[in-house]
Write a protein that binds this ligand. Structure first.
Ligand code: FE2
Length: 256
């Protein structure tokens, strides 16, 4: 009863309240040098191990331009293309806010970058993870639609007290998914594409499970957020996963 009174009296949380200025000019020379180091290292490491639209997006969005990208410049290309927009946030946002952002084609990117002595260890996703890992795929029209759809599914699932279902779906596709492309196993997820240690591990380790992706399996497969994954879900193709996710309704997500 008390909680109901409190929640009625408090205004609903808005995703806009979590947005901060990126303050691009506050990034130091060393911050930009860390971005360049991470970028060069990761591009070389990935080679052709990532789905094709990823590097298409890197090129299209001019992410290889030296230094930390500024969100304004990124949006000037991204928004006219797919309607997505990046906004700066100071760190992880709550799940309800995150899904609300996705449902409006808004992607939060950290307004900070890791330090040189923490190149491979991150307590919270920084702008390299967010901008290098996530944003390229949002330039792909069908993936862009899928990401928005996951946002709507997530908001509905949270409202039904079942937010973990959407979180798992997101995790096993957008964040840590693998996908076949031209018969080869490739990285799909941003958490893998942006990771120095886990990108090769996910494709090559014999100590993990790789199971065929389905939305039902994704929704029912827990994940680890503080260690390498013990199992990865492998899409038959990026297109197949997009089609399967887009076919999900909030009701069918809750019934899986
Ligand atoms: Fe991420």
């Amino acid at each position: 009863m008390l909680q109901e009174t409190i929640s009625r009296d408090q205004p609903a949380r808005r995703w806009q309240d979590y947005v901060v200025p990126q303050c691009w000019e506050a990034f130091t020379e060393d911050d930009h040098a860390v971005w360049d180091l991470l970028f060069a290292r990761q591009v070389e490491l990935l080679g052709s191990r990532v789905v094709t639209p990823f590097f298409d997006g890197i090129d299209l969005l001019k992410l290889s331009h030296p230094g930390v990208p500024d969100v304004g410049g990124l949006n000037a290309i991204l928004t006219p293309r797919t309607g997505w927009m990046t906004v700066a946030v100071p760190g992880l946002v709550p799940d309800d806010i995150f899904f609300a952002m996705l449902s409006e084609r808004v992607f939060p990117v950290g307004n900070f970058i890791r330090t040189r002595d923490q190149l491979d260890y991150l307590e919270a996703p920084d702008c390299f993870h967010d901008m290098f890992g996530h944003i390229p795929m949002l330039a792909h029209h069908d993936f862009a639609e899928m990401a928005e759809h996951i946002g709507r599914l997530g908001s509905a699932a949270i409202a039904a007290g079942e937010g973990h279902r959407a979180a798992r779906l997101y995790w096993h596709s957008v964040e840590f998914g693998l996908a076949r492309e031209g018969g080869e196993l490739k990285i799909l997820g941003a958490g893998l594409a942006s990771s120095f240690g886990e990108s090769h591990f996910s494709l090559e380790s014999e100590r993990v499970e790789r199971l065929p992706f389905s939305v039902e399996r994704a929704v029912n497969t827990p994940y680890k957020h503080d260690a390498f994954q013990p199992r990865y879900l492998v899409s038959e193709s990026l297109e197949a996963t997009i089609a399967e996710v887009l076919a999900l309704t909030p009701e069918s997500l809750l019934a899986l």
